[in-house]
Design a protein around this ligand. Structure first.
Ligand code: SF4
Ligand code: SF4
Length: 385
């Protein structure tokens, strides 16, 4: 394993880290097996944004007796309310959910107290007004948080957050599609640059990254704010030619290499649900330069077909309890391959179907990526029921 300093926190974290989201729904043994292999491979950082009680307890059980082997990035403001994940700025609910996290993890400290993502100025104000920032600073002063971080998907807001000097760590979504395409809803400017490149033009140093995002990474590096990366594979979308905007599958090593090549980045947190998926990510450590090279993506953007869901669940909760990310993932698969028996079976197993959607629009207002989740529910209802 290779380790990098996590900004100025004093922690040295593995360049391949774990995002915990796909451990939700796995049983105790499966979580333990992933943790065993991760620790064996030298992985020492794990993000836990999940509020679902079982996954928290399973991670706690898997870490029993070896808590010191893993830096825990535990999120505050993610809560389990009426059987669903909820993002909240209600201080009392945040405190209760955080105490639950401490208990279920069996620990009295969290290495990186991570404020669940903030993507707007209004939300920044809420964090102040509702006392969440003050509470987090108290937690840091008392040592229950060893450092303080915040998650974000928006480079404009992320820069403002970093400029406050309140945070030691930034959790940010980084992959080539987001850096080059998804940060803008128009790709015209980017296409012009790439056309110029194809015509023999020389690539400017930052051709591959939106300027503001590039500035953010440099700012973090300058200020000693360590970046932990989410959405390394773009929700798995970049790993398939059918779903990647580059119309060619990237490998896990290429995605990880891309994230680790940005200034300020300490660790690429990959979401895995099994040892097999973890092994796939760990291949990066043995990959040669050719295997890590992602530069070919410049040649494959002609057929970019629009913004797409990354299955992050930030649009929850849904008043009728639709699992929007799970439904959308099946919809996307069905769009590509038709309704296979596997898709039918997986959809039938969902407790609440897309057709239960009451078109309240709440999911659309919460999606950080501008996805029309409500329309996706409508289309799924037509397609799958
Ligand atoms: S619709 Fe948006 S918030 Fe919901 S899962 Fe997809 S990308 Fe995430
Ligand atoms: S629009 Fe439909 S899917 Fe979205 S939150 Fe409302 S009921 Fe749920």
């Amino acid at each position: 394993m290779i380790y990098r300093p996590l900004g100025k926190t004093g922690m040295s974290v593995s360049i391949v880290g774990l995002g915990g989201e796909y451990l939700e729904g796995q049983d105790t043994d499966a979580v333990r097996q992933v943790m065993d292999r991760a620790i064996d491979a030298g992985v020492n950082i794990l993000d836990i944004f999940m509020s679902e009680p079982n996954v928290r307890s399973n991670i706690g059980a898997a870490l029993k007796g070896r808590r010191d082997k893993m830096f825990l990035q535990g999120q505050i403001c993610s809560a389990w309310v009426e059987g669903q994940y909820t993002k909240t700025r209600d201080l009392a609910v945040c405190k209760e959910s955080l105490e639950d996290l401490f208990v279920r993890l069996g620990t009295d400290y969290i290495d990186i107290g991570m404020i669940h993502y903030c993507d707007t100025e209004e939300d920044m104000k809420l964090l102040e007004d509702n006392g969440i920032i003050d509470y987090c600073l108290e937690m840091k002063k008392s040592g229950r948080f060893r450092s303080l971080g915040i998650g974000c998907h928006n480079s404009t807001i992320a820069k403002k957050l970093v400029e406050t000097d309140l945070f030691d760590v930034l959790m940010f979504s980084i992959n080539p599609a987001m850096d080059m395409i998804y940060n803008h809803y128009s790709i015209d400017g980017f296409m012009e640059k790439v056309d110029g490149l194809k015509d023999g033009g020389e690539a400017p140093a930052q051709l591959d990254v939106d300027q503001e995002r590039a500035e953010l990474y440099t700012l973090c590096e300058k200020k000693g704010v360590g970046i932990t990366v989410m959405k390394v594979y773009g929700g798995g979308r970049l790993l398939s030619a059918d779903t990647s905007p580059f119309r060619q599958a990237m490998t896990t090593s290429q995605c990880i290499q891309y994230a680790l090549s940005r200034p300020g980045v300490a660790s690429a947190l990959v979401g895995v649900k099994s040892v097999t998926e973890l092994e796939e990510a760990l291949k990066y450590l043995k990959a040669n330069d050719e295997e890590k090279d992602y530069s070919w993506i410049f040649n494959h953007i002609e057929s970019y077909s629009g913004n797409a869901c990354v299955y992050c669940s930030h649009c929850q909760p849904c008043p009728v309890e639709i699992n929007i990310a799970a439904v959308t993932r099946l919809l996307d698969q069905a769009r590509i391959s038709g309704i296979t028996p596997e898709i039918r079976q997986a959809y039938d197993a969902l407790a609440v179907k897309a057709s239960a959607c009451i078109s309240c629009g709440a999911c659309n207002t919460r999606c950080p990526f501008g996805i029309d989740a409500m329309e996706n529910m409508r289309q799924t209802g037509v397609l799958l029921g």
